[in-house]
Design a protein around this ligand. Sequence first.
Ligand code: F6P
Length: 590
Amino acid sequence: MDMQNWQQSCYEPYLPITEKSNPITRDIDRANPKEIVQMLQKCDAEIFERTSYGNHMYQTSVVQTIVDVSKRVEVILKDPEDSLIILSGCGTSGRVAFLLATSLNRLLASQNHKQIYSYIIAGGDKALLTSQETPEDDPLLGALSLDKACVGKKHVLFIGISCGLSAPFVAGQLDFCLRNLEIFTPVLIGFNPIDMARTEPIKNCSFHFKEVAERMNEMQTHQKAYVLNPAVGPEAISGSSRMKGGSATKIILETILLAGHQAAYNNEAVTLNGILHSLNMFEKVHQITYSQTTELAALVQKAAISLRRKGHVYYLGWQTLGIIGIIDASECIPTFGAGFEDIRGFVSNGFSEMNNKEGDLSSLGPHFIIGHKDFIDSILPNLSESDTVIFLYTENVDLNEVSALAKIVRQYTSNLHAITHEHEGLSDPEQMKSLFMTVLTFNWPSSLYMHQPDLMKQYWELSTKWCLNAISTGAHVLIGKTYMNYMIDLRVTNSKLYRRAIHILQRFTGSTLSQCETALLRVLYDVEELSDEMSSTDVTQHTVVANEKGNVVPIALVMLQSRRTIAEAKSYLNAYSVIRDAVAACQRLL
Ligand code: F6P
């Protein structure tokens, strides 16, 4: 069958780009590890593609907006008193906001400058480590948290990230900025054209996302607001904006912010060419990372074997690579319906490395235990060959510490691997490598960082993010947690996910919207007949109920496919550990 290109207007025309299914990964659930990595490589390459659809990353208008926003950053950095740069978003977008704000504050502090970055994540710091989807639907909460973060500030550059141009939380913040333009310069980052922004009405709110995005666009003509929304193509796993969305956000923001730093502190004016150069370097990072497809595929395979054996995958990272690991692991729960123990991340020095606003959260429970010491105390005693352990480090960390921990872990499992980054020519000592079963080493050419040495750390982070996204996504795909390229076992915990779930049911059953919504609600409320109250309650209430429920979409799907009761659909699904097999068998029954 011919692969249809998502850029054609007839390709899934009712969905915005970020929700479309990517033709590259249509058969990802039947691919082997190497093919999976190759598909992800192609999907991620679309970030840098000169698409014919909408804006693309290298388009002059996009690059010019990056220049304009970088100049705003420069102005703020030169006048840091009473000024602030706030990065905000929900889920992965908020985690990227956190990572950038904390690491750029560190950079400022190391150069004796005032720290002027701050972040907001819907759901607060808990959402850095666990999925908190409900606050995403609350525009007032977004606006209030922004207002609180800016008390006493006279100039605020606000960067709101919503990959799908969809999160009401961010819409509320942008609306607040637009009503207070004497203080705020708002910037919207996302990956859909404005005409594809979400139009679903927001509860107790006079605007929807698209209306705010249009106002932002209008204000851009007066240089009072900016919209950065290049099309980077659909996600490898449909709607999973943790992947390309997160990476593209990181690339755009690091380009903007570090260009602003160079201009403010090194007298290097922000130019179109400088920005193009920076984007080119990120494209090289993509090429270098995926040049090791075979080695990466081997790690995907190892991780899948562990999950299949009911073992675990543990990322043990140093410095920000540890945080990248924690973020990747935390996203597997809502994306694949994974258990929180399945893939976990740990960072050297725990919360003091995180440097998050609310401090040490470990008292909140086992989901919030993140230090290497915690790993030694709570995980190590039960570690076995069924578990895969992956160390993440660079040549800039204390290698004695890495080697000491590797020696301890090896006493429990030989299934120990490493992903490391070093400057070309400065190689990791051989004896270090002998501690691991496999080592995936990235040698970074000096041409990449000569221009802006500060970017090296950012490159290493992005490269690690791509590797870990491939490992966790690939492993879950291999154990059958997706159907084609859909995350079918998603939790329906906010309005966007509720709509996505209904769309998936329509896509695979051919039933009407109303039949699919009814089936979904029956599963959510666990009733064969919906009461009037259940049918008429708003989506928010449904998503509150959904917070406690797993396997909702697969059960509804089996019900729609085979006209079974809820109980029958559940017991049918219990016979299958692989969702694809269950759905396929169910379709054969027809
Ligand atoms: O609601 C879940 C989710 O889709 C996360 O996976 C994602 O990181 C978050 O929403 C934010 O999405 P967006 O950046 O499109 O607002």
